[in-house]
Design a binder for this molecule. Structure first.
Ligand SMILES: [Zn+2]
Length: 256
């Protein structure tokens, strides 16, 4: 969910690269010393840490399990795209770990080297998930359209919103500035909430497709599910962080 990289659709599957909530945490660490309600973020930070470690551990575990049919992530994604008449969407290999994403602007599916070349359960799960985003885009999946439309404001509202609220508090409770900050940040909250159905839908589709394709057996399918549900938890943590940050901004704006 790399907001700053400018993918209005999707994004890497993993929280490690999530500038979005890194900023929440940095903001709250800074603000925590100066402002009340710092404790409000604790559940989101704990959930975020649990999600990160679960993603790492399940990914590292299922990376080791080669699937029996020896199909690579790139081959799997190609098969899924072709089955959905998306022949014109290229699949590119990109550097980095878990940098996989579908870019709706250029309509390119980008898979990290381990996923692109890997024939393991984690690689197939992630490749199928990202192909799921391409299918969502092609079918004009409604939550994706909503997310794309809030993206421009959400991308700067996530940073600027809290800054405006704090500035408003410093300048003797200057209400218009505080209200503007809260409204801007609310766009970031909508973005992170609408991401949940998008991610769950892509993962559900991925599991169904993998099952139908016959590329994985039942045990392998369970492994792919574990990887995808660990990844989904990172988005839940991120959404919780944004909701709680909004609650905190509202509480701050009302305290005197
Ligand atoms: Zn996704």
């Amino acid at each position: 969910m790399d907001l700053l990289k400018g993918y209005p659709g999707h994004t890497a599957i993993i929280v490690a690269r999530l500038d979005f909530e890194k900023k929440f945490i940095i903001f709250n660490q800074m603000a925590g010393f100066w402002f009340p309600y710092w404790w409000l973020l604790i559940p989101a930070i704990i959930l975020g840490m649990i999600a990160q470690s679960r993603v790492r551990s399940t990914y590292n575990k299922y990376r080791k399990y080669r699937t029996r049919k020896n199909i690579s992530g790139a081959e799997m994604a190609r098969m899924i795209l072709d089955n959905n008449n998306l022949y014109d969407i290229p699949i590119e290999e990109i550097p980095g770990q878990l940098t996989d994403h579908y870019d709706p602007r250029s309509r390119i599916l980008r898979l990290s080297t381990n996923v692109y070349r890997g024939t393991d359960i984690a690689a197939l799960g992630i490749a199928a998930h990202e192909a799921g985003h391409a299918i969502q885009h092609a079918r004009s999946y409604f939550p994706l359209a909503v997310r794309n439309s809030v993206y421009p404001v959400a991308s700067f509202g996530s940073n600027l919103g809290p800054i405006l609220v704090i500035a408003g508090l410093f300048f003797g409770f200057f209400q218009p500035l505080i209200t503007l900050g809260i409204i801007l940040f609310a766009f970031a909250v909508v973005f992170s909430l609408i991401t949940l159905p998008i991610e769950f839908n892509a993962s559900n589709q991925a599991v169904k497709i993998l099952q139908k394709s016959g590329a994985v057996n039942q045990a392998e399918l369970e492994g792919a599910k574990s990887v995808l549900s660990a990844a989904a938890l990172t988005y839940v943590a991120s959404a919780l962080a944004s909701v709680l940050t909004l609650a905190r901004l509202i509480l701050l704006s009302r305290s005197d």
